[in-house]
Design a protein around this ligand. Sequence first.
Ligand code: SIN
Length: 320
Amino acid sequence: MNIDSPAADGARADSPAIDLRVRITDALTLANPVSTASGTYGKGIEFQSFYDVSRLGSVVVKTITTEPREGNPPPRLAELPAGLLNSIGLANPGVDVYIAEVLPKLRTLGAALVINVAGHSVEDFGVLVAKFAQEDGIAALELNMSCPNVSSGLDYSTDPKVARQVLERVRGETDLPLIAKLSPNVTDIRPIGEAVVAGGADAISAINTLVGMAVDWRKRRPVLGRGYGGVSGPCIKAVALRLVRLLYETVDVPIFGIGGLQDADDAMEYFLAGASCIQVGTSNYYRPTVALDILEGLPERIASLGASSLQEIVGTLQMP
Ligand code: SIN
């Protein structure tokens, strides 16, 4: 899928003409860098009543697994002072029902569709990718190698050897671009980034949630039914920006920056740090138009740096 229009897709009529296109692979160029983070945007269809979702560069949908999953015991969400703690547990109908019943609706979204999958083993990742590789209308696959809320969910992006094995297993199944979604819950994210790229990843998403906990001291219990969960939202942006920068300095593939994005200024911070694209997550819950608002805010900000394309500013942060 190549989107050839040089115009800033989705830009307001009075915006400066800025080329917002992002090349992911030879076969996939996104019209613009704005995407949605898996798990925070439903199936995308729900957001159609707020704005035309086809204006986004891409949409990443909630993780799919081989078998249906009920998810974790409630409560599954806890509000934090500047974020959200979740332990959903990858609730989804399973790949076969998803392909039969959900995928046809997603094909009508208009934005490049990124399907997110999670295996419970390396082999399982291969099965999922092989199934989606047969389907039309998918722009890329994002591998959820970093869910902290299921048993062994973090194992695939905390050990470089295992991370590479996942990519090597799935790479032979498809020519679709593969995006490896990494965990921040590691001492050093750089060897993991190197491992997934060596295994065949075309791009990296960084970051998934940080493991955390909320406590109800009166009940002497954690707030979440499963005890621990993943922290997202504005409180993780500073962590994510650093990890995006470290990855940018280490690997030569496009990075989708994720974590605490609330406006176009946040997006600019990610681009300068080294992200080629951004995924908007938790803020979708309280401002459903946030992804579009970010997109519309980009041309004037990029122009203010004297650039005429997004590409010119990616990674240009001057580190001390
Ligand atoms: C969940 O479903 O528990 C969240 C997904 C994730 O963190 O990868």
